[in-house]
Write a protein that binds this ligand. Structure first.
Ligand SMILES: Cc1ncc(COP(=O)(O)O)c(C=O)c1O
Length: 402
């Protein structure tokens, strides 16, 4: 057996099979490139589902982490530490908000948003105890906890994990009328992704997001934007909502906030909304730890320059222009997305998304399929134009060879 086969067989023998990875075993990575255990190089066109917006081994982020490793890494929230205030202040400023509640993973931040919205509903809006409702969208992806899968419409994510958490109303994504009709005096929040990543990089119809903003404001409902995958530069702006000039009541952030180094997530909102929490009502041992804060602080500083957003916008325009040329030729049925982020629907006759991903892997490009014949393209924002073009050439080659 090859080194790769041995490593995969051992991984499969000793781990739960809750993923179906491509058969590549990564040993090291730098920028937009990964190298496997046999020395083969691959262009990373997935970027850890946008957790690696700044690329692998980003010098600034690694240096920030290394410096912090030598000082203090964990205090728990039983004590203050000297990176916490800066992290919260800077992240709040990036968001144009006032207050931050740090967690670790995206799902934890979504759970935090759900708890915040419910508590706000009871304490501030005056919803009768136990009656709070949150409106979510069909085909959402917000994570994997039991509460979050309770409002998933994906049978795979949901089946056999009941009993499910009540209190969620599902309406079709992009349908403002349905949202309006689902709203009652007990609705405390609307929780949506401004671009649905896992669903295949779905951008809602123009006007939908401003409409959600208007409706939620009118009805005293919190607009909670899950920008865990869409935020922090990916779409060519700091937040995907920026494209429509919309400011939510709460951002839910994760992935790229940890710079691909450590898990860092957060809920960012007004002092009034996050002010509903009292000591002991919510928390996390690792949330807001010194190492996480040091790395995330650097991430925020990098985003404050606007350079990464600009890069994503420029390269994104190029990416969508090139992908657009593939539609109409029969191989590609549709391309969606924003910035350096695309969902590409391959003609089913050419193979499943998985098969196309495997072919691309053989050509030295790593992407991930989603839902049948769709592949997602989301390289690190630091990718060079030449490398992006090379990756697109490989895609063209795979499609024309089939
Ligand atoms: C929009 C969105 N929300 C939440 C999550 C969950 O994040 P995590 O996997 O860090 O729990 C994801 C992960 O893909 C996501 O894309």
């Amino acid at each position: 057996m090859s080194t790769t086969e041995t490593a995969i067989a051992s991984a499969e023998a000793h781990s739960a099979h809750n993923y179906h990875p491509l058969p590549v075993v990564v040993a090291s990575a730098e920028g937009a490139w990964m190298t496997d255990v046999e020395g083969r190089r691959y262009l990373d066109m997935l970027a850890g589902y946008s957790a690696l917006n700044f690329g692998h081994g980003n010098r600034r982020l690694i240096d920030a982490a290394k410096a912090q490793l030598d000082r203090v890494t964990l205090t728990s929230r039983a004590f203050y530490h000297d990176r916490f205030a800066d992290f919260c202040t800077e992240l709040a400023a990036l968001c144009g908000m006032e207050s931050v509640l740090p967690m670790n993973t995206g799902a934890e931040a979504v759970e935090t948003a759900v708890k915040t919205a419910r508590k706000w509903g009871y304490r501030v809006k005056g919803v009768p105890d136990g009656m709070a409702k949150i409106i979510v969208a069909s085909d959402n992806f917000h994570g994997r906890t039991t509460t979050i899968v309770s409002f998933s419409t994906d049978p795979e994510a949901r089946a056999d994990f009941g009993p499910y958490t009540p209190g969620f109303e599902i309406v079709p994504y992009g349908d403002l009328t349905a949202m309006r009709e689902a709203m009652t005096e007990n609705t405390v929040a609307v929780l949506i992704e401004p671009v649905q990543g896992e669903a295949g990089v779905l951008v809602p119809p123009a006007g939908y997001l401003p409409g959600v903003r208007e409706l939620t404001r009118e009805r005293n409902v919190l607009f909670v934007a899950d920008e865990i995958q869409s935020g922090l530069g990916r779409t060519g702006k700091t937040f995907a909502l920026d494209h429509e000039g919309v400011v939510p009541d709460m951002y839910v952030l994760g992935k790229a906030l940890g710079g691909g180094v450590v898990p860092v997530s957060a809920v960012v909102s007004s002092a009034d909304v996050l002010g509903v929490f009292r000591p002991g009502e919510h928390g996390s041992t690792f949330g807001g730890n010194p190492l996480a804060c040091a790395v995330a602080l650097e991430v925020v500083a990098m985003l404050r320059t606007g350079e990464y957003q600009q890069r994503a916008a420029e390269l994104g325009e190029h990416l969508h222009r090139e992908l657009g040329l593939l539609t109409g030729g029969g191989a590609v049925e549709a391309v969606r997305g924003r910035g350096l982020w695309a969902g590409v629907d391959i003609a089913p006759a050419l193979g499943t998304g998985r098969e196309i991903s495997e072919k691309l892997m053989e050509e030295g490009v790593l992407v991930k399929d989603t839902h049948g014949s769709t592949i997602r393209i989301a390289p690190p924002l630091v990718i060079s134009k030449e490398d992006l073009d090379w990756g697109l050439d490989r895609l063209r080659a795979v499609l024309s060879a089939r």
